[in-house]
Design a protein around this ligand. Structure first.
Ligand code: SF4
Length: 257
């Protein structure tokens, strides 16, 4: 992160904090829900961009998506899923072979550790099924709240807020919270939004973060929710240049969780 980026981020947070100070809790809730509705119109197809067919495949793909694009993960998983069809197959996997398949997703040794451990834990403790409860998912190696909420929300339809880098950044820029800690961000968003919105709002914020509200220089001048955003103006303000930034985004070729 450059010093310009840090300065911009600090300005955004100051602006959002100032806005939050003069906004009553009810007004904040109304604004958050209005932004969520605007994002729903803007991204009607917002969804998990990982390709999977089963809860286990989603769990594995989500582990691989750490510090990696979803597009890259989706290139790797067909071979991975064909080679390891169930929890036992991961538990008994040959480490070198597993590492070789997932190498291009980065941090492949740590990810292989997680997949071997998850396979063993599911096989030994959960009858080879991915558990449907947060507290059980959190006992799996390499699985934190972010991964657990992705699985709950998308594989089981159990509402969960996924606080990845995009959701955290946007929640702060939008003035929904000033917290940095992902668990606190999750709590703040859970209090602002209806439970049924928890999973879809996570997708919408991630879509907006990947397509317009970029980490380094957000495309404020062409942002569809700028009227409701207290950080409007921290990024590119020229509408044409900002629209060009948005148009350059290649679907799927965006940073992962
Ligand atoms: S891109 Fe939109 S949401 Fe992001 S800071 Fe700018 S106005 Fe706000």
């Amino acid at each position: 992160m450059t010093s310009d980026t840090r300065t911009g981020e600090r300005t955004a947070l100051r602006t959002a904090t100032k806005a939050a100070r003069v906004e009553t809790p009810i007004a904040l809730t109304r604004r958050a829900r209005r932004i969520n509705r605007e994002l729903a119109e803007l991204y009607p197809d917002a969804r998990c961009e990982l390709v999977y067919r089963t809860p286990l495949e989603l769990l594995v793909a989500t582990v691989l998506s750490a510090k990696c694009t979803d597009q890259r993960v989706n290139l790797v998983t067909p071979e991975l899923f064909a080679t390891y069809p169930d929890a036992r197959a991961y538990a008994e996997a040959d480490r070198a072979e597993l590492e070789n398949i997932i190498r291009s997703t980065g941090f492949f040794r740590a990810k292989a550790d997680a997949l071997l451990g998850i396979g063993a834990a599911l096989f030994e403790r959960f009858d080879s099924e991915v558990p449907r409860r947060l507290e059980h998912l959190l006992t799996l190696p390499g699985v934190g709240r972010k991964t657990a909420n992705v699985v709950l929300g998308n594989a089981f339809g159990i509402p969960g807020i996924t606080v990845d880098t995009h959701v955290g950044r946007l929640a702060r820029r939008l003035g929904w919270t000033q917290e940095d800690d992902p668990v606190r961000v999750e709590s703040a968003l859970a209090a602002l939004l209806e439970r049924k919105e928890w999973t879809p709002v996570s997708h919408r914020l991630i879509f907006h973060g990947r397509r317009a509200c970029f980490a380094r220089r957000p495309a404020c001048g062409a942002c569809q929710i700028r009227q409701s955003c207290p950080s409007n103006g921290i990024g590119e303000q020229d509408p044409e240049i900002a629209q060009g930034m948005i148009d350059r985004v290649v679907p799927g070729d965006v940073s992962g969780r």
